[in-house]
Design a protein around this ligand. Sequence first.
Ligand code: KMH
Ligand code: ZN
Length: 311
Amino acid sequence: MPRKARKTIITCAVTGAIHTPTMSDALPYTPDDIASQAIAAAEAGAAVLHLHARRPEDGGVSIDTDHFARFLPRIKQATDAVVNISTGGSLTHTVAERINPARTFSPEMCSLNMGSINFSFHPLADRYTDWKYDWERDYVAGSEGNIFRNTFKDIREAAEALAPHGIKFEHECYDVGHLYNLKFGLDRGWFEGPIFLQFVLGILGGIGADIDNLVFMKRTADRLFGDNYRWSVLGAGNAQMPLAVAAAQMGGHVRVGLEDSLFIRRGALAASNAEQVTKVRRILEDLGHEIATPDEAREILALKGGDKVGF
Ligand code: KMH
Ligand code: ZN
């Protein structure tokens, strides 16, 4: 069993690829807004910033390195936070293409999705009539047909390509089987411990956002990885805050951010990423948890260091 986390790491996932500009005015997609919201989230207590890029002109999902280049250096200059670059930000590109930003910028962390799933947010399409940009409705409705492809070959090739960069993976596990996929790769030497698991609960296509499921995922991870893992929880939508608190109480770390939920409480949109970080921090501190600084997160997760990134 991994040691109970003495300090709790807050990750903030700032922009993501599910939600669209129509759904919340708070969702950042220009480089200016991504940078300023990421910096504010770090100031509010996020030690790790999980970052996707967006097309500045219309908020479309992007894996274009030019788009990342417009906010990464600004975030680095203004904060000491750990930068974690998404490798899952597009459902239409291959994994080889999706890892290109991480290869280019060699961050301290990047996401790695641990299995193929249906990954859908099409029910959201029914909630809006006036879309800000042409692409949004088809993108959201079309996710009914999405397969989020992450085969064993994809995962191995991503691990091999990124190995020279010393990047720590945020292993995103959307179901129990993904833990076994990770164990398979770990046993073959694709990853270095301690590994960092992000239990992803509540995505349509993955395991539901229930405490029972979290306990089951955690117990399975204990059995598979012993002391060789650290873990965090991402609850999608309204499950975000309750599951973050449950995770911290169980000894894990937490992830919030507009990528995973646009809300600050049921029915009320969050004004910013920083508002969600501030809220989870306040609840956790009230419960007696101490929040990890970026350097403490680096130590807990055994990261290479902020001076070894490529941006
Ligand atoms: N928004 C998460 C449910 C990635 O960036 O690699 C999915 C995600 C994937 O974070
Ligand atoms: Zn992401």
